[in-house]
Design a protein around this ligand. Structure first.
Ligand code: BGC
Length: 763
């Protein structure tokens, strides 16, 4: 298998396997996402989540709270399933062709990550008449509204009369499952068709959301080589086209289905735009579109160039995860990266802290454009974050919503939702991280410092001084199995950093004479800046003398330990089997919390405290959240637990391909995918970018021959290659840079090599 291909052959046809494939082989480009459903549909009895989504395109949905306490959220946004353009039924001599038919064999599905397409193929063998079916799908990275299906029927030995029935269907619903809190629980019609029309050979379906007042037009055009007859059947909410062609022995008939999506958040007139784009697309040959895609992917792979040498499976899994990141990331400031990307309806298309802490680092190091948009997105919702803070009772500052699409809080369960105040600190952290990697003062001036100040104000309002220390009470940290606690170590750490950077970034702007805009926008005063700096310096970070560790919060260590080895397979994840109150009463963690704080803010503790804490938390963490194993891998690398680092890395890299969390059918776990990247670059590579500059401390797992990655740092691009003998850093473009490797300072001018001969390279 190529390192840039994921393929499966002669797979089982059971429902679970097919549902999983719908996610694993979805196509997306950050704007649209199409699940890997079968064009021909599924026979009776099969369950499929048929879906096509637009990033940031949502409906508002009532979320009534049984007990009407003040400020509880009663309306949420949900990502909408839009018109279905996937359906193509094909008949050969009157017989319908389906991969699920007993006459179909040699089944294969491929994700080709160099071409940026998925392929599905099978051999249809009816009374010794053999037809090879190959279906290629692409969501264009260059023309974001475009989804293209190429359906080829090749004759191996017979002639056939073919009929293609292509459907554009506006009457669609979202998926729901009342038994799983991680997807929508209720059936709901989010979108209604306003018009379905067919003119100039193009079908247009225009639909409106029921409550959010958004509109989307889907245009579809069917093109068949050797077409002999066409019939168009318009109905109220859909249009079908039946097109026939004759297939001669040894020849191939090719059918193209073009679909263009334009939504009213991006296009003023969705119908006109869809028509214009469709005409432009059809003026190009499909080969040009495929070439564009290849070029885009080539640039993408060249920009990150992440490889593991010596473990092919792991390498392919790593590439799979990186590919999903570029498929999922919003390409404009109106959208972000959903927890499931655009691959499914889990978490309803919501954006979480997952972006800033798990995925943005990849883009900051490889694509400034995407990373910049992610920050700008948070800026576009800053006013709503301020409103949210008021709703929560804060007189000042901005409290970013825990989960959202267009800026309003969508979490109905505040103890593990709005109470996760750390998201505001995470967003602030990502602004500082972006600055440290880019030294882009213009971004701080444009929006970054405003975000830093408004989030810092929030901490000043939440927290209070007690016995000389600044404390933050009644919040929930990242670990959702421990809610509403005082002085969560992680939260206090990111708040400390947030307060520090609000003042620090101001000084940077002031030194460059660029502070005026920030003063005008925020009204920040010298006194306030000093208060930030003081609270940061005085921030209380809990420490337990007896154990020599940082307790996750003030009460964590007082609780009984839940021996996680007693949890049976059927009880996993425990969130689906135990009342939250019961879980909260134990020392049991869903995910990395204090251990994550050590990764992102390692200078707040000494090595020994971090080591003892790592070992402590490892014993009480279930990793029921997909955001956990990657962080344990990074910290295991950092602390020299090499075998653990590799084991956790494997868990992270293969999570979706092996469906280890058993819910990949609802979508990929994008944060974990970013985490897989971080486990290579920050974990094994030991990369850190701080105020003191860029540093590396590479480790090489015993079973690998080497690894490499490319990163952007300030105005330079560099490649880092580590193998058994050496660590080699190559300056690919830009100016020379100071780099610290294992604590020693070097100047990177061209190529810098650190031999391992006289140095004990870990592992
Ligand atoms: C995790 C959160 C995460 C969310 C979305 C939850 O299971 O506990 O940390 O933000 O999933 O990925």
């Amino acid at each position: 298998m190529s390192a840039y291909q994921y393929q499966i052959k002669n797979f089982p046809l059971d429902n679970d396997a097919l549902l999983l494939q719908e996610t694993l082989f979805h196509n997306a480009n950050g704007y649209i996402g199409v699940r890997g459903n079968l064009e021909e549909g599924y026979p009776e009895g099969y369950r499929s989540i048929r879906g096509q989504y637009i990033n940031g395109f949502y409906n508002n949905v009532d979320m009534p709270q049984a007990e009407k306490l003040y400020g509880l959220i009663e309306e949420k946004q949900t990502m909408v399933n839009v018109a279905d353009t996937q359906s193509v039924r094909v008949y050969a001599n009157g017989q319908e062709i389906s991969m699920l038919d007993s006459r179909a064999g040699e089944r294969a599905r491929i994700l080709d990550m160099e071409s940026g397409v998925t392929e599905r193929s099978f051999l249809y063998n009816d009374s010794d008449q053999k037809l090879r079916i190959s279906i290629t799908r692409m969501t264009s990275m260059e023309i974001l509204p475009l989804f293209l299906i190429r359906y080829e029927v090749a004759s191996e030995n017979c002639s056939a009369s073919l009929r293609f029935e292509s459907l554009a269907k506006g009457d669609v619903m979202n998926f729901f499952d009342p038994s799983d809190p991680r997807v929508a629980g209720e059936a709901c019609r989010h979108i209604v068709v306003k018009s379905a029309e067919h003119r100039d050979g193009i079908t247009f379906i225009t639909s409106e959301t029921t409550k959010s007042g958004l509109q989307v037009t889907t245009a579809v055009k069917n093109v068949l080589s050797g077409e002999s007859f066409r019939e168009t059947i318009p109905e109220e909410t859909q249009v079908t086209e039946k097109i026939t062609a004759d297939l001669a022995p040894g020849e191939t008939v090719t059918f193209y289905k073009y679909a263009v999506f334009c939504d009213s958040r991006r296009y003023e007139n969705t119908l006109e735009s869809a028509e214009k784009i469709m005409k432009e697309v059809c003026a190009l040959s499909p080969e040009v579109l495929y070439e564009q895609q290849k070029r885009y992917m080539k640039n993408f792979w060249e920009s990150c160039a992440v490889d593991v040498q010596g473990d092919e499976d792991l390498n392919a899994a790593l590439h799979y995860n990186l590919y999903q990141l570029i498929q999922s990331a919003g390409k404009d400031p109106r959208s972000n990266i959903a927890a499931k990307g655009l691959s499914g309806e889990g978490y309803e298309g919501h954006y979480f802290w997952d972006t800033e802490m798990y995925m943005q680092p990849f883009f900051t190091l490889t694509s400034r454009e995407v990373a910049g948009n992610l920050i700008r997105y948070r800026y576009t919702i800053l006013d709503q974050a301020k409103e949210n803070a008021r709703l929560l009772g804060h007189k000042k500052g901005a409290a970013y919503p825990w989960r959202t699409i267009m800026g309003k809080e969508c979490s109905g369960f505040f103890p593990a939702g709005s109470a996760q105040y750390h998201i505001s600190g995470d967003i602030a952290y990502s602004v500082a991280a972006y600055y440290l990697a880019t030294k882009d003062l213009a971004m701080l001036e444009e929006c970054g410092e405003e975000i830093l100040i408004e989030t810092a104000r929030l901490w000043m309002d939440i927290g209070n001084y007690y016995e000389g220390k600044f404390r933050i009470n009644t919040v929930t940290g990242p670990d959702e199995y421990t809610c509403l606690v005082n002085n969560n170590y992680y939260t206090n750490s990111v708040a400390k950093y947030n307060l520090y950077w609000a003042e620090k970034a101001y000084r940077l702007l002031e030194n460059a004479g660029l502070q005026q805009r920030v003063i005008e926008k925020t009204g920040v005063t010298e006194e306030e800046l000093q208060e930030f700096a003081r609270a940061s310096a005085d921030m209380y970070l809990p420490y337990d003398e007896k154990l020599g560790i940082n307790p996750q919060d003030d009460s964590f260590l007082q609780k009984a330990v839940w021996d996680i080895s007693t949890i049976t397979e059927e009880e996993k994840p425990i969130l689906l089997h135990y009342h939250p109150m019961y879980i909260y009463r134990y020392q049991i963690c869903k995910q990395a919390d204090t251990v994550l704080a050590y990764f992102v803010l390692e200078d707040y503790q000494d090595e020994e405290t971090m080591r003892r804490s790592f070992e402590y938390y490892e014993k009480v963490t279930t990793h029921d959240s997909s955001l956990s194993s990657c962080i344990f891998s990074i910290m295991a690398s950092r602390l020299g637990f090499e075998d653990k680092a590799l084991a956790y890395f494997g868990e992270s890299a293969k999570m979706d391909l092996f469906n280890t969390h058993k819910n990949t059918k609802d979508g990929i776990h994008t944060a974990n995918m970013g985490g897989t990247y971080m486990a290579v670059v920050y974990g094994f590579g030991g990369l850190r970018i701080k105020e003191s500059g860029l540093s590396l401390a590479p480790h090489l797992p015993k079973t690998w021959e080497g690894y490499r990655f490319r990163i952007l740092y300030e105005d330079s691009r560099m490649e880092i290659q580590v193998d058994r003998k050496q660590c080699r850093v190559k300056l690919m473009e830009g100016t020379e840079k100071k780099i610290r490797i294992y604590g020693e300072e070097y100047v990177l001018k061209d190529i810098l090599t650190v031999e391992f001969e006289n140095r004990e390279i870990p592992a």
